[in-house]
Write a protein that binds this ligand. Sequence first.
Ligand code: HXC
Length: 273
Amino acid sequence: MSSQAYATPVVDSTAVFKDNLFAGKVLFCTGGGSGICKEMTRAMMRHGANAAILGRKLDRLTASAEELSKDTGKVCLPLQADVRQPKALQDAAAKTIEKFGRIDFVICGAAGNFLAPISGLSENAFRTVLEIDSLGTYNTIKATLPHVRATKGAYIHVSATLHYRGTPYQVHVSAAKAAVDATSAVLAVEEGPHGVRSNVIAPGPIGGTEGMDRLAAQGDAGRRQAALIPAGRMGDKRDIANAAVFLFSDAAAFVTGQVVVVDGGNEHLRTTQ
Ligand code: HXC
């Protein structure tokens, strides 16, 4: 079914925001080689920004960077880095500055996940996800903050909604994303006087992502679940990209330290049993 058939159709950000909104600006995006973060990067580039995308797999990053450049006419720099390695992030920030001369916007999006009960989760598995999501966010902030201060720029952290309640088989991600939310709030408070903003986007169920492929019910069960979402459909990666365009824009100049839940109302849904 076309998204136009839904009560809340998906739109491209270019249908709402002006084309050159981010002309001359530079985005630094961890996890930008795929999924939601790649789509956020595409939107920022469509509005005029150049970008550096970071991830562990250079072949995937390179292919994505070529696609994004071709699609938008802007420059996309693929940089191999594991967010668990502070030095790799510092090197990537230095290469971004060397190439573009500035960093205005940072998306902390690199994440790892799988389903496992506490009873079956090893200490190393728990630590691995915290290291990618939480420590990776801290490392990304540390590597970029001087540059973002220089441009009075902004951060967006990609979190989740599953830690608002007890979500089974998700203790590692729940703990990790709670730390991400808290880190963003502190960053917003400490850096506000320097002109730096920090917000969280918490996506709900977003179709066509690795997270949903790994975690959500598939087939008929998945379709039944999607039909319950108040907005009447699954989220689209562009829904998250649109929120990012708003939060990075000057229209959000007084919005900082917030968690913006983009989930079609899913968090507020309580079904009768
Ligand atoms: C139990 C598991 C496991 C599983 C890995 N481990 N997968 N335990 N069930 N399915 C354990 C391993 O056995 C090991 O512990 C430890 O985790 C580290 O695993 P490695 O494979 O050595 O780590 P690494 O290569 O760094 O891989 C990280 C990863 C992997 C997170 C485990 O899945 C990954 O790279 N994912 C990146 C892509 C991804 O997950 N994207 C989806 C993001 S979606 P032991 O004890 O054996 O040493 C997302 C959205 C969240 O984050 C919100 C959704 C609603």
